[in-house]
Ligand binder design. Structure first.
Ligand SMILES: Nc1ncnc2c1ncn2[C@@H]1O[C@H](COP(=O)(O)OP(=O)(O)O)[C@@H](O)[C@H]1O
Ligand SMILES: [Mg+2]
Length: 239
């Protein structure tokens, strides 16, 4: 098998003296959707943010496309076309939908702007209808679509999604997950998705990892994880 696009090796991350990640190993290959599931407080967001360089890994290595990015400044990591849709969306509330998307396109440059805009509007037609509206006035689902669209405007080679389903109605979650699946199938977009919503994430992903207290406890093909008793009991009860 070819070298992974992203490999996280033995990463430890701390907040002050508090250890949030304890020797995490993860690989994401080109064209894959990989899900990271785990309870609230497990360290999922910390891992995603550590990949982006803030907070920084105290030990271990993060390799992207053969390059050691462990100590790169966050803006240089973004320039490698690693795009993040963070937990809680974090769109710019006072800027319009179009302005938010322009912010996302900075890394990609101007050359493909119109084409990329059409692409995200095809994916999320609601955003086109809301093009002049301020981000902060959108519904939760629309804000999530905008956060993903903004990340896509950077022409990502790796798309990191942190809890895209959080707080959204099932129908909206389906629309968003269908869009991610379509991007992966049509364009081969590589996606690393973090979710408490384990069932949907594992249904979407090819492979998955389970995190407990800052450590990976289980990994494998998603369809295997979906049938594992310890996954069902801890994360899928009632799903
Ligand atoms: N900025 C922070 N300062 C101190 N501790 C934090 C901070 N962010 C997260 N933590 C702690 O790190 C652990 C992992 O949190 P997080 O990565 O947000 O988990 P998850 O995304 O899986 O819910 C938790 O114990 C959380 O309280
Ligand atoms: Mg989180």
């Amino acid at each position: 098998m070819s070298a992974p696009l992203l490999s996280v090796r033995g990463v430890h991350t701390y907040y002050g003296n508090i250890r949030a990640l304890e020797g995490v190993d993860i690989e994401v290959h080109r064209g894959e959707i990989v899900a990271l599931i785990g309870s609230n407080g497990a360290g999922k967001s910390t891992l995603m943010m550590t990949i982006c360089g803030n907070p920084r890994a105290r030990s271990g290595e993060i390799i992207f496309d053969g390059q050691n990015i462990t100590n790169l400044p966050t803006h240089e990591i973004a320039r490698l076309h690693i795009a993040q849709s963070p937990e809680g969306r974090r769109i710019f509330p006072r800027m319009s939908v179009l302005e938010n998307l322009q912010m996302g396109s900075v890394v990609a440059g101007d050359a493909h702007f119109e084409e990329d805009l059409e692409r995200v509007f095809t994916l999320f037609p609601r955003l086109k209808e809301r093009i002049g509206q301020r981000g902060g006035t959108l519904s939760g689902g629309e804000q999530q679509m905008l956060a993903i669209a903004r990340a896509l405007m950077s022409r990502p080679r790796l798309l990191l999604l942190d809890e895209p389903s959080l707080g959204l109605a099932p129908l909206i979650v389906k629309q968003i997950f269908d869009a991610i699946r379509a991007l992966n199938e049509r364009e081969g977009l590589t996606v690393f998705i973090v979710e408490q919503n384990a069932y949907h994430a594992l249904k979407l992903a090819h492979r998955g990892y389970v995190m407990v207290n800052g450590k990976i406890t289980l990994s494998g093909p998603s369809k295997d994880l979906l049938t594992r008793e310890e996954v069902r009991a801890a994360y899928l009860e009632g799903a």
